[in-house]
Each structure stands twice: as structure tokens, then as C-alpha cells.
Design a protein around this ligand. Structure first.
Ligand SMILES: [Zn+2]
Length: 315
């Protein structure tokens, strides 16, 4: 019996449920509608959706992408969001298995299980980030809006999570031992950052994360301001600034910078392709938030390794 596979399957199923809820958020939040009421209904004919037609992924396939009542096509975006959320949850369930195995079932010395909550909260932050970023990616693409209900809530939850993590810090800085290839803290003064003489322990962890949020917002805020000053038009909204702050709140400062780098590269690539195919001019609007969200997803999965490799290059 492959236990890791069991974790991944459970993560996938849970992700399908959250993906289904995310679809509701994507449709209703940009229109400032309640995400609780009314119950799901067809956007074309308003017919309420039967429970057996509301099963993530499966119902869309069984109905062949059409509403049972009015036969209008249901956009492929619905199953795509469900599938993407499910895959994200499965990936992190796999990481959860690695962490639990490392702390509770390996006999390696120096792996006290009292540090397990610290690592588990890291995974929870990345799980939440993926959910929020997938939603923001689709919302910006479709409506050009990045609702505060996602970005500001994400920042608040990031702070709650980092404060919770501070409870489980080791007795001295740098003493939280994390399994190899796990999510590291890389913000200023974080637990794995040695050599901080001014602040230690929880102060460094929480203070560092607050600085990370402010720093990320400041950097993108300056880019936004500079763009407006040079081009005399708005290049990006405040929503993008809040989203980068949210990535910093949940991952730390350097992963947020990696997100910005990936996002800018992807957006540039997309713009070049559009212009080359004659489908856009230099004045067309680009949903930068969608690309930034993509950058955030990549940074959450590969950011540590990129930052590690880069800092080794400099030492
Ligand atoms: Zn319908």
C-alpha cells in the first residue's frame, strides 16, 4: 500500500471540492455578490443546479459541458479550475506526507516532532496561496479585477499563520529543522536566516514578515508609479500591488520577488507573441495580475530551489 499515494488522492478529492467553491467565488466576487446565497444556478437560464449535476469535474464530463435545462454550453473554465485546484492540493498533500514522515517516522537524529507544526503551517500557507492565486488568475483574466476579498484576506491570513508559526519556533534562531526540499522561510530575519543580531525568535519572524509585505508592496508600487510617469497612463492597478503583498505575506520576501520576475517574464512573452501575430498593439491592456498569479504559483513550488541556487552562486 503506497501511503503517499493515499495522501495525494485525499488531497485531490478535497481540492475538487475547494475548486468547486473557487468557481463560485470567481463568478460572484468581481460582481460584489454573496458567495453563500443563492445556491448554484445556471448563468444562462437561471435554473437551479441539481446536486448530482454539481459534482466537480465529473458532472461537466457527464453533461458533455452543457446545461441540462437550457442546453447552453458550460465554459471549460469550470472543470479546469476544479482540476487545477485538485492538483495543487494533491501536490501539497504529498509534501504533508514528506513532513509527517520526516518528523514522526524517521529515526534520523535531531528531528524532534515538536517542530512538525511549524512545517505543517508552512504547507498550509502555500495551500491557501495556491487557492487564492488560481482564483485571482482567472478573475483578472476575465474581468480585470482583483477583489480585496481575496488579496487583503490573504495578507491577513498570512499574518495569522506566521504568528501561529512563531509559537513553534525552536529555542534559538535557526533551530527549526526542516526536511530536505521542504518549504523554507526566506524572508528577512526568518527562522532559517542566520546572523540576525537585532531581533531573535518570534520578533524576527513576525517583524520580518511584516517588512516583507511592506517591501513587496513598495517595490511594485514604485514600478506602477514609474510606469505611469513615463507612459502617462495606468499600467497596472492597485490590485496587483496588493496581490504581490499577499504573496509576500504567505511566502516571504524573496519568493515574492521571484514571483514578480516570473510574472513579468510570462507577461512579456505573451505580449511579444500577441504583437508578432498582429493581435495586439502596444496600447492593448494586459491582465498582468494573471501572470503575476502564475509567477506566484511557480515561486511557491520552485522558489526555494531558485533562491538557494542563487545565494550559493553569490557565496
Ligand atoms: Zn441553463
Amino acid at each position: 500500500m503506497n501511503v503517499r499515494l493515499l495522501y495525494e488522492a485525499a488531497g485531490f478529492l478535497l481540492g475538487l471540492l475547494f475548486g468547486s467553491f473557487l468557481n463560485v467565488c470567481i463568478v460572484r466576487l468581481p460582481r460584489s455578490r454573496s458567495i453563500v446565497r443563492p445556491a448554484s444556478h445556471c448563468p444562462q437560464c437561471n435554473a437551479p443546479i441539481r446536486w448530482h449535476d454539481n459534482i466537480p469535474l465529473l458532472s461537466w464530463l457527464l453533461l458533455r459541458g452543457r446545461c441540462r435545462d437550457c442546453n447552453q454550453p458550460i465554459p471549460w473554465r469550470y472543470p479546469a479550475v476544479e482540476l487545477a485546484t485538485a492538483l495543487w492540493f494533491a501536490l501539497l498533500a504529498s509534501r504533508l506526507y514528506t513532513v509527517l514522515h520526516f518528523y514522526f517516522f524517521s529515526s534520523a537524529p535531531g528531528t524532534p516532532s515538536s517542530y512538525a507544526p511549524f512545517a505543517i503551517l508552512n504547507i498550509l500557507a502555500v495551500l491557501l496561496l495556491g487557492f487564492l492565486l488560481l482564483g485571482l488568475m482567472v478573475m483578472d483574466w476575465q474581468t480585470g479585477l482583483l477583489p480585496d476579498a481575496f488579496t487583503l484576506t490573504g495578507i491577513a491570513l498570512g499574518l495569522v499563520l506566521i504568528c501561529s508559526q512563531a509559537i513553534f519556533l525552536g529555542p534559538a534562531e535557526g533551530q527549526v529543522l526542516l526536511p530536505p526540499n521542504s518549504i523554507h522561510l526566506t524572508s528577512v530575519g526568518a527562522a532559517t536566516d542566520p546572523g540576525n543580531v537585532f531581533l531573535t525568535g518570534p520578533e524576527a519572524l513576525i517583524g520580518g514578515r511584516i517588512l516583507a509585505i511592506l517591501g513587496a508592496a513598495l517595490i511594485l508600487g514604485l514600478i506602477r508609479w514609474g510606469y505611469r510617469a513615463l507612459r502617462h497612463r495606468q499600467g497596472m492597478g492597485l490590485g496587483d500591488v496588493k496581490m504581490l503583498a499577499m504573496i509576500a505575506a504567505l511566502l516571504g520576501f524573496w519568493p515574492a520577488i521571484v514571483s514578480l520576475f516570473f510574472g513579468a517574464m510570462a507577461a512579456t512573452l505573451y505580449a511579444v507573441v500577441l504583437v508578432a501575430r498582429g493581435r495586439a498593439s502596444s496600447g492593448s491592456r494586459l491582465p498582468f495580475g494573471s501572470f503575476l498569479a502564475l509567477g506566484g504559483l511557480l515561486a511557491a513550488q520552485f522558489g526555494d530551489r531558485i533562491i538557494d541556487a542563487y545565494s550559493q552562486l553569490l557565496h
